[in-house]
Design a protein around this ligand. Structure first.
Ligand code: IMP
Ligand code: MG
Length: 399
């Protein structure tokens, strides 16, 4: 399951909803920059590292592509029933996020000045960068007793404060010793025995390090093709991707956003959709659905089936628009790739192809919802399998 926009598509809810049909849920990318929200009745859970299947009693797997911040993991486990730890397996090959990486993240942002990316400041970029420099401990190295001298010297060259590393390492290895193992083997075993694993992406396609709106992207890959590479499994086990898309767009942090809206209309949409970062609390930038960007995301992920989220929000908005093309210096562009690099110059071409205002989801998908689904299916060449119309688990329609 992958996000087709800039993250915050509602993946957490969809994973929780679908997890019942699987034996395990595996996160494969990103780190605690993610914020996946699951609402059951009056209680709300936000997951940053633990897979969103946690509340369905499933095996919880954190694959090698994830950057693990042990402090966040400990905190998250403390909020779950004690047995959740018994279900958790963290791959020994995962990179770690040290407290120094978080300070490093802030310093890099400061150095960028006006071109700051607006990272979540969770140390994700530095953690993957130090991994690429081959200086960082993996989970298995930390548990075995890692020699931090080279890493500490490197951090000190950059005038970063390394005084916290010793105590951090002691606590982290204590926590990880009990949960570290071989997720690649586990996935292979579960599927080999006829079981199934739901692979859960964090962030969204347009934040992919290689194929997103670089440099305003995250520090890892976010697309379906990364699933086997990140987990260390055969591509044959990755299965069919499900794309999750919200019925309008949001973006947190800096970077081009062709369909962005401002003023009172944005305030209203942000309020109705509760568009505030689950990790940072930042107000999300909001805009209309962008078919040009979505077509690109569908192609990149090989998605044939999608889940649409937050349709109830559009039932409360008048004059909903959809972007079907970009205008750049008089010519019309419908290929996202052609506009990349100049995304901050394009003018969106809007249409209003459906009307959901006042739609009521009490008795299944209302006529406006059907119009929306038909429109998305035709424009993107996909089948809509799931419609979410509220944050609560039960507000979900399977088609
Ligand atoms: P980083 O991943 O913290 O380095 O942040 C890089 C960019 O990705 C920033 O624009 C963040 O706001 C964005 N980002 C990272 N994780 C998420 C997420 O889970 N949802 C939405 N945006 C994210
Ligand atoms: Mg989120």
């Amino acid at each position: 399951m992958v996000g087709l926009q800039w993250g915050d598509e509602g993946k957490g809810k969809i994973v929780d909803y679908l997890a019942g049909g699987f034996d395990a849920v595996a996160r494969f990318n990103g780190g605690s920059n993610a914020g996946h929200t699951v609402v059951i009745g009056d209680s709300k859970h936000t997951f940053h590292l633990v897979p969103s299947g946690a509340l369905k009693g499933k095996q919880l797997l954190i694959g090698a592509g994830v950057a693990v911040d042990p402090a966040v993991l400990a905190e998250e486990l403390s909020l779950l029933p004690g047995e959740a730890r018994e279900r958790l397996l963290v791959d020994g090959r995962c990179s770690l996020v040290t407290p120094v990486d978080k300070e490093f993240d802030v310093k890099v942002e400061e150095a960028r000045g006006e071109s700051a990316i607006g990272t979540t400041r969770r140390g994700i970029g530095p953690s993957y960068a130090v991994r690429a420099l081959r200086l960082s401990p993996r989970v298995s190295d930390l548990v075995a007793g890692f020699d931090f001298r080279a890493l500490t010297r490197f951090y000190e060259e950059l005038s970063l404060d390394t005084s916290g590393i010793g105590p951090w390492a002691a606590e982290a290895s204590e926590l990880l010793r009990g949960v570290a193992g071989d997720v690649a083997q586990r996935v292979t075993d579960v599927t080999g025995a006829g079981g199934s694993v739901l692979f859960e992406a964090s962030q969204g396609t347009l934040l992919d390090l290689l194929h997103g709106s670089y440099p305003y992207v995250t520090a890892t890959h976010t697309t379906s093709s990364y699933i086997p590479a990140a987990l260390g499994i055969s591509p044959r086990l990755a299965g069919e991707p499900l794309g999750v898309m919200k019925c309008y767009s949001t973006r947190v942090g800096a970077g081009p956003f062709p369909t962005e809206i401002g003023g009172p209309q944005a305030e209203s949409l942000r309020g109705l959709g509760k568009e505030y970062g689950a990790t940072t609390g930042r107000p999300r930038r909001v805009g209309w659905l962008d078919i040009v960007a979505l077509r690109y995301a569908v192609r990149l992920n090989g998605v044939e089936e999608v889940a649409v989220t937050k349709l109830d929000v559009l039932s409360q908005v008048k004059d909903v628009k959809v972007c079907t093309a970009y205008k750049l210096q008089g010519s019309e562009i419908t290929d996202f790739q052609r506009a990349s690099g100049r995304l901050d110059e394009v003018e969106p071409v809007f249409e209003s192809p459906f009307s959901l205002h006042g739609a009521d989801f009490g008795a299944g998908l209302p006529p406006g919802g059907k119009q929306f689904v038909g429109y998305v299916e035709e424009q993107l060449g996909v089948t809509v399998k799931v419609v979410s119309h509220g944050e609560e688990r039960s507000r979900t329609i399977e088609l």
